[in-house]
Design a protein around this ligand. Structure first.
Ligand code: NAD
Length: 369
């Protein structure tokens, strides 16, 4: 298989962990006989420095002529003083919107060897394997008007808008995932208060008739927030709108103990996707060879699975990660789980060796999808 991949390192630790992604991809190409052509582009603060905009046209064009996009992370204190329309994070919102990436998938898996690093009790966190499906290009973050009003500018308005089509396509995506996972879908809304949530619920109920094998439950967002930390094992696929998904997926990420472990995929209906770790640019540890590269490396596995349907290749990355963790290697964010602490580069090298050699263990992450 021959594929072109746009790689956008971004800022801070993004630039360090992207090296892990590209070297693992090269090793997969070598081992399985695929050709992955990589072309780099700038986004975020680095792009502001070079082109005065967080998403240069060349970067967008590069993504459009590629088969998938890998992104590190954006942002940092250097750009925090800028007006909001040219902040690094604007680049992220813009690229999602411009590429039509409406479905954000975040698998949350508790690794047995890392249970000690979760703030939850081990008996609550163990065996958690859930997938949050968040609508990414509609709702409050994009609705207009969004402004201050009045003579004193002391009235504010934000707009929560969804079309039927926008809700239908994300709900479809979530049902398709539930079918190949544990066949359970939790739809999260606030239908007791919001009209948008009432339409969301109606659509989920309509779609449920097409997927009789999937058990469907509706849950208010406040109840879902509680249940994610009290009974996270009860969830399989969780589907929700943009704002609720933003908050719940960060909450769920803590089940694993470190943001450095969590990959994500942002997809279009045709399979095109942007893959990135859930975490940000971690300015507090940037440049110190301390960042955990696993979220970035697992994002490559998601890309191979979702965009290219290369399941065996994806699983060989997941197995390599699991084997390195089982062997007791940790980056410093996972130190509390015990074991041998290594830097970013060494962690990449350890995973790379196992990807090159192939691994004997089976993947617990197979149920990513
Ligand atoms: P952050 O995710 O960068 O960091 C939060 C904490 O987690 C920090 O203590 C950091 O050291 C740690 N951490 C994050 N990734 C890690 C990794 N791979 N290995 C080890 N530790 C890791 O969030 P923040 O500090 O709130 O934001 C920093 C900057 O990143 C801000 O400018 C923010 O806007 C931006 N941001 C970008 C994205 C993105 O690019 N998708 C997401 C969130 C935040």
């Amino acid at each position: 298989m021959k594929k072109k991949i746009a790689v956008l390192p971004g800022d801070g630790v993004g630039r360090e962990i992207v090296k892990g992604a590209t070297s693992v991809l090269a090793a997969i190409g070598q081992r399985f006989g695929h050709e992955f052509e990589i072309e780099y582009g700038e986004i975020g603060g680095a792009a502001i420095d070079s082109s005065n905009t967080p998403l240069p046209t060349e970067t967008l064009e590069l993504c459009k002529r590629s088969d998938a996009v890998l992104l590190g992370a954006v942002g940092g204190p250097k750009w925090d003083h800028l007006p909001s329309h040219i902040r690094p994070e604007r680049g992220l919102l813009a690229i999602r919107k411009e590429l039509g990436l409406f479905a954000n998938l975040r698998p949350v898996i508790a690794f047995q060897t890392l249970l000690q690093s979760s703030p939850l009790k081990p008996e609550i966190a163990e065996n958690v394997n859930l997938m949050i499906v968040r609508e990414l290009t509609g709702g409050l973050y994009f609705g207009k008007p969004s402004e201050r009003r009045g003579d004193q500018q002391d009235v504010v308005v934000d707009t929560l808008q969804y079309t039927r089509e926008e809700i239908e396509r994300i709900v479809d995506q979530a049902f398709e995932l539930a079918v190949v996972r544990q066949k359970k879908l939790t739809s999260v809304d606030k239908a007791n208060v919001l009209e948008s949530s009432r339409m969301w619920r109606e659509i989920v109920d309509e779609k449920a008739k097409l997927y009789p094998q999937v058990e469907v439950e509706h849950m208010y967002v406040d109840a879902a927030a509680m249940k994610l930390v009290s009974r996270p094992k009860d969830f399989d696929v969780v589907v929700t709108e943009n704002l609720f998904g933003d908050i719940l997926s960060d909450e769920a990420s803590m089940i694993t103990g470190s943001l450095g472990m969590l990959p994500s995929a942002s997809l279009r209906a045709d399979g095109f996707g942007l893959y990135e770790p859930v975490h940000g640019s971690a300015p507090d540890i940037a440049g110190q060879n301390k960042a955990n590269p696993i979220a970035m490396i697992l994002s490559v596995a998601l890309m191979l699975k979702y965009s290219f349907n290369l399941r065996e290749e994806a699983e060989s990355i997941e197995q390599a990660v699991q084997e390195v963790l089982n062997a007791g290697y940790r980056t410093s964010d996972l130190e509390i789980a015990g074991g041998t602490v290594v830097g970013t580069d060494q962690m990449i090298e350890l995973i790379l060796q196992r990807v090159e050699e192939g691994s004997a263990i089976s993947s617990i992450m197979g149920a990513y999808m």
